[in-house]
Design a protein around this ligand. Structure first.
Ligand code: 6LW
Length: 535
């Protein structure tokens, strides 16, 4: 066939525009790019993804932290910028008394006819609900409460109908709802029990080429986690499982030596170029089988086999370093650092979270500090302590702050905590003594065990406190000048791990202030906070 010069030029322009190189276009293979997993490191579990035009959005569960449900945006699937949270008001998210097993569980985000929906469960107060907005960067609606129980609710929209799936009674149930009122329009019915793995959960429905696909997780969110899928020609079923299930797991021989474990709780998205992608959670064991950075968000390519079943990353496992035919050339991935000199001219980034519903008057930005007002609610309680932190997102990291404690009475404290939950945290803090002096204290709280590792009297009123994390240890040091640091404590990471401490969260590096008595109102001025990690 003779191809005119104009047509050849037009073809090469099209090839460039679609990101397919001339060399690979000839053999029909798309261009591959490298990226690094996790795409969102740190405690950002239960990812759900949707696309609106060229924009992708991810949400994660948030448990007892506020605001609830981190919301991320990307245009290339691998670089994610947090654009806020879906649940920013107590009327949307009551976390009173919530622990790290409670609060907000797995959310789903969907986009339908100009509106974004986020559906989730408040396991501590009220159960399943959804919120909606036309502007995901703005405020989301008040909750629309739903009747079907279970956890991990998801939505599927088709032809003016809105369907909800979740997992009451150890099975996947489907109903039709009115998303504006929450009323059930067609009663709940069981549509699949999974392949027999425990905890069938995390369901999502998709439609492709006349099939309804039902993707779920089984095995529980620990090492036996896996993704399975079933399909039906009818949304009500009957659903038939994929003979090749599970389509993603690391609990088999292929995954047993991977630095990534617990792959599960996934969601699929189709890119504008017709390629399919899966986001899932997984964790990185760092000291023996223990992990501390929480369950994180990973990305892998999906292709559809000749029998119309999805295949994840070729063999059903994922890797830290990935090469995949991303729909667009990605920007270099960012390193998730925080460098802040607190002042009322500097806004706190979206990485900062509070425990439960914060008492906002206890957090004030001054001209040169973030001033925390301590109360008698300590970080060892399920009350509302004065606590603000950001996630540990790397196994190797360093976090440094500088602070001053004032208006304090004997026993009042403020400092930096490596916080898994109220029962498991390591703290480096200032404690006011009855003679008015400050003692620098390193202490380890592990359930019924409380160990004071070091107490030293300081000359400076404004010390720098530092924690350095590595696979096996957290090291605590301080400095009087911000340059020369002296190590004063080291403890094992494993005792704070999810495997030992439990809960669904990961380590948060928290700044806190608390009083030893009702009558005392200490203030801690934090001047700066720096967090850097390498992997
Ligand atoms: C979540 C469930 C799960 O709701 O753990 O890993 C639960 N999957 O689907 C809490 O994250």
């Amino acid at each position: 066939m003779k191809v005119s010069k104009t047509l050849r030029l037009a073809l090469s322009a099209l090839i460039v525009a679609t990101g397919v190189s001339t060399a690979t276009a000839q053999n029909n293979a798309p261009t591959c790019f490298q990226y690094h997993n996790p795409i969102i490191p740190g405690f950002y579990p239960d990812p759900s993804i949707c696309r609106a035009g060229d924009d992708y959005y991810i949400v994660n569960s948030s448990f007892d932290y506020f605001p609830g449900v981190p919301l991320w945006h990307s245009r290339d699937l691998v670089n994610w910028e947090q654009i806020g949270h879906c649940l920013t008001r107590k009327s949307q998210v009551d976390l009173s008394g919530a622990l790290s097993w409670g609060g907000i569980y797995a959310p789903t985000i969907r986009y339908n006819e100009g509106t974004f929906y986020m559906i989730t469960t408040n396991t501590s107060h009220g159960g399943n609900f959804l919120v909606h907005t036309t502007d995901p960067k703005g405020e989301w609606s008040d909750p629309v409460w739903l009747e079907q129980g279970g956890i991990d609710p998801s939505l599927y929209f088709e032809d003016g109908h809105c369907y909800m799936v979740s997992n009451p009674d150890d099975g996947i149930f489907l109903c039709e709802i009115d998303p504006k009122t929450g009323k059930t329009l067609k009663p709940s019915r069981r549509i699949w029990n999974g392949t027999g793995g425990r905890y069938p959960e995390g369901p999502h429905i998709y439609k492709k080429d006349g099939w309804y696909y039902l993707l779920i997780s089984e095995g529980g969110t620990e090492h036996a986690h896996m993704i399975t899928i079933a399909r039906s020609r009818n949304i009500d079923g009957p659903y038939t499982g994929n003979p090749s299930n599970p389509i993603l797991t690391h609990c088999n021989q292929l995954g047993q030596n991977s630095p990534i474990q617990g792959t599960g709780h996934a969601d699929l998205v189709e890119a504008p170029d017709g390629s399919w992608w899966i986001v899932c959670l997984a964790f990185r064991p760092q000291t023996a089988m223990n992990h501390l950075t929480g369950r994180e968000t990973y990305l892998a390519p999906v292709r559809w086999d000749t029998n119309a079943w999805p295949v994840v990353n070729g063999n059903g496992t994922i890797a830290l370093d990935m090469t995949a035919p991303l729909p667009v050339k990605p920007e270099p991935q960012k390193d998730f650092a925080t460098d802040i000199r607190f002042s009322n001219k500097s806004a706190l980034g979206d990485e900062w979270v509070y425990l439960r519903n914060p008492i906002m008057e206890n957090y004030q930005m001054t001209s040169n500090s973030l001033c925390l007002n301590g109360t008698s609610a300590t970080i060892n309680t399920a009350e509302l302590p004065t606590f603000i932190g950001r996630r540990q997102q790397h196994i190797d990291f360093e976090a440094t702050t500088q602070l001053k404690l004032s208006q304090a009475k004997a026993g009042d404290m403020a400092g930096l905590t490596v916080f898994m939950d109220l029962y498991a945290h390591y703290d480096i803090s200032l404690r006011r003594e009855s003679d008015g002096k400050n003692t620098l204290v390193v202490e380890y709280w592990l359930s019924s065990i409380h160990h004071v590792a070091k107490e030293i009297t300081l000359k400076t009123a404004k010390p720098y406190l530092r924690v350095t994390g590595s696979r096996d240890h957290y090291r605590f040091s301080y400095s009087e000048d911000g340059k020369n640091f002296t190590e004063i404590g080291v403890s094992d990471t494993k005792y704070l791990s999810s495997e030992t401490a439990g809960g669904f969260t990961g380590i948060i590096l928290g700044l806190y202030c608390q009083s030893a008595s009702e009558s005392s109102k200490p203030q801690a001025e934090f001047y700066s906070f720096n967090y850097h990690g390498t992997k």
